[in-house]
Design a protein around this ligand. Structure first.
Ligand SMILES: O=C(O)CCC(=O)C(=O)O
Length: 279
């Protein structure tokens, strides 16, 4: 759509305050039913090994399995597939998601990471962590946008947040999770988290949950018998922040506004970042 004709999504005062206080914000129904249908179909095709990934150069599977859980592990949660598949790039560049990010961490925004999770029944989640522990930006402006493809709740392993922890420093006290039925082995867990304040981030398919890079969060095992818990989660930062993560700024896409730093361009479309302003 012509960017000049597009009506930007505008956060209300209440939404801005909620994010400021809690470090996360759920925007209900940010994806249209058509967009959701496309993500639903695509992620199911990936789960069923119906997307031919063999022709993609530089994509090295970690195992040969073909079950939905294997498929997720095979490509380690389909990380950075926006560099391989147009659909992943398109949703990383979703204009209404970028409107929200422009207000929360902008005005200039860069896109750094994309991950598609299938999380079929029985699959563990990820123990308490802070994303800025891994993805460092200076100034420290990281924000995740978590798009629910399924309805997500306690049973199928929705996310859990510790509101207010976005004001904490990045903890260096990390270890390995002991509870490896709930939490993926090999990934780090922040030690000594006071879990009494955890809130579950239940979401309906089509909702998008934005969360601060310092926010302590986790997700448990999918304990349902037959429900997937699929989501597409992308990470962004202010485009004027310096980073060495992922090969540095030149590898990350400028998605809103401008920057004095190097940046990459979209691979599958002639996407041009909209000017910042007016959100
Ligand atoms: O969706 C999940 O289960 C975990 C996502 C997450 O922890 C993250 O993106 O940092």
């Amino acid at each position: 759509m012509d960017t000049l004709q597009r009506e930007k999504y505008r956060l209300s005062r209440e939404q801005r305050h909620f994010y400021g206080r809690n470090g996360y914000l759920k925007v209900e129904g940010l994806l249209t039913p058509e967009e959701l249908g496309e993500l639903d179909q695509h992620s199911m095709n990936l789960a069923l090994d119906k997307v031919d990934l063999n022709k993609i150069k530089g994509l090295n599977p970690r195992n040969q399995g073909t079950t939905p859980a294997d498929m997720e592990d095979k490509y380690f949660r389909f990380i950075q597939f926006h560099r391989h598949l147009a659909l992943h790039e398109r949703y990383l560049l979703h204009p209404r998601i970028l409107d929200v990010l422009e207000a929360l961490i902008g005005p200039d925004v860069m896109a750094m990471q994309s991950m598609l999770f299938l999380k079929p029944p029985g699959k563990p989640g990820q123990a308490f962590h802070q994303d800025s522990y891994y993805i460092k930006t200076f100034p420290d402006t990281l924000c995740g946008a978590w798009m629910a493809i399924d309805d997500c709740d306690d049973e199928n392993g929705c996310m859990g947040f510790v509101p207010g922890s976005q004001y904490d420093v990045i903890s260096q006290e990390v270890g390995q999770p002991e509870n490896t039925s709930d939490f993926q082995a090999g990934l780090t867990e922040v030690q000594g988290v006071d879990q009494s304040g955890e809130v579950l981030a239940e979401a309906k398919a089509g909702d998008v949950v934005f969360f601060h890079g310092h926010l302590l969060h986790r997700s448990r095992q999918n304990r349902s018998r037959d429900r997937f818990r699929r989501c597409y989660v992308c990470h962004y930062a202010n485009a004027r922040a310096y980073t060495e993560w992922g090969g540095g700024n030149a590898n990350h896409l400028l998605v809103r506004g401008t920057t004095h730093l190097p940046f990459a361009r979209a691979k599958f479309s002639d996407f041009e970042p909209e000017p910042a302003g007016g959100v």
